[in-house]
Ligand binder design. Structure first.
Ligand SMILES: NC(=O)c1ccc[n+]([C@@H]2O[C@H](COP(=O)([O-])OP(=O)(O)OC[C@H]3O[C@@H](n4cnc5c(N)ncnc54)[C@H](OP(=O)(O)O)[C@@H]3O)[C@@H](O)[C@H]2O)c1
Ligand SMILES: Cc1cn([C@H]2C[C@H](O)[C@@H](COP(=O)(O)OP(=O)(O)O[C@H]3O[C@@H](C)[C@H](O)[C@@H](O)[C@H]3O)O2)c(=O)[nH]c1=O
Length: 290
């Protein structure tokens, strides 16, 4: 299988690039502003940029779109930029996929839901409550409508190994390892399923291998709020100095509304892959110690 991954310098794309390559697939993954090992340059907003990697010449069977603007509050305050980064980038990659006759994978989120009654199945009615969520929904629908056999993977609260170590868990771990005192003001009323990017890459691999299409929810085996998530990490660092202040989301006064009871019921994936094991935050932190 030949796969092009847009956004392989990021958290999920980087894990996909590594896993698919290790499985023997012919994979090219791109960076935009931050070159990482084995990535090529590609700007999804300037498909004609002469510096772009030549996707058509590579002729991938699949294009995976992991490029995004993932700062939810920034998106709320910059809706045009959010539209460009999420929707326009997808329109551009759809055009490339059509030219190459490639299948597409679009990475979406539980923020397409309103968080009133999660965790969610694939059949649950969508109702995004933020600019980021609305644009992700528009992009995923576009991919499904335009590309036959397209796959949409909805994911949530992702952590794991990444070049910049910018995800929430990586940042807590780094500060604990540096012996810094942490002050964490976190919402106790936002629930989701923290998910290791490595597991998402593994799940995507089997779905692509088996030619699956449509929407799939994938998630780790934890279901917890952000306070529990921080404490789950902190307990692996018995000497950590921290102040944890649980707050409700309303009092955080963030620009973007968040779904409160988010996360997924991953019954569809589990039914089709009963032997596939997702891991959890403890598994990840225990493995790091080895
Ligand atoms: N992280 C989560 O918790 C989470 C949860 C649900 C859904 N998702 C979705 O999962 C996908 C991947 O998220 P992530 O956390 O892996 O994101 P990330 O670590 O922020 O990576 C984003 C990637 O997009 C690339 N990119 C940005 N602008 C680009 C452009 N104009 N052209 C080409 N590439 C561009 C970045 O390249 P440079 O860094 O080199 O500029 C980077 O490789 C996104 O669609 C996101 O919405 C993430
Ligand atoms: C990391 C952090 C978060 N928060 C708040 C912000 C949010 O209200 C809440 C959750 O923060 P995050 O987990 O960073 O969620 P977020 O809402 O910014 O992130 C989201 O990222 C999107 C890309 C994904 O699509 C979503 O699935 C979700 O993971 O906690 C703090 O108050 N302090 C912090 O240090």
């Amino acid at each position: 299988m030949k796969v092009f991954i847009a956004g392989a310098s990021g958290l999920l794309g980087g894990n996909c690039l590594k896993h698919f390559s290790e499985q023997g697939w012919d994979v090219k993954g791109s960076y935009f502003s931050y070159a990482t090992d084995n990535t090529v340059y590609y700007n999804t907003l300037q498909p004609e940029d002469p510096n772009n990697f030549d996707i058509a010449a590579f002729a991938p069977d699949v294009i995976v779109h992991c490029g995004a603007l993932t700062h939810v509050d920034y998106c709320e305050q910059h809706p045009e930029e959010s539209y460009t980064q999420t929707v326009t980038s997808t329109i551009n990659l759809i055009a490339v996929a059509k030219k190459c006759n490639a299948k597409m994978v679009y990475i979406s989120t539980d923020y397409v839901f309103d968080g009133k009654n999660g965790p969610y199945t694939e059949e649950a009615p969508v109702n995004p409550i933020s600019v980021y969520g609305r644009h992700k929904l528009e992009a995923e629908q576009m991919v499904l409508n335009e590309i036959p056999g397209a796959l949409v993977l909805r994911i949530t609260n992702v952590y794991g190994e990444e070049a910049r170590g910018k995800n929430f868990i990586a940042r807590i771990v780094q500060q604990c390892e540096e012996g810094k005192e942490l002050t964490l003001k976190l919402p106790y009323d936002q629930f989701a399923s923290p998910t290791n990017a490595w597991d998402i890459a593994r799940a995507m691999f089997v779905l692509l291998r088996d030619g699956k299409s449509g929407i799939y929810h994938t998630g780790g085996t934890d279901f917890m709020n952000r306070v529990e998530l921080a404490l789950t990490v902190l307990k692996h660092f018995p000497g950590a100095k921290y102040q944890l202040i649980p707050l409700d989301t309303a009092s955080l006064q963030q620009p973007a509304a968040r779904p409160l009871i988010g996360g997924f019921v991953c019954m569809k994936f589990r039914k089709e892959y009963p032997e596939f094991l997702f891991s959890n935050v403890d598994d990840y932190l225990l493995a790091r110690k080895k």
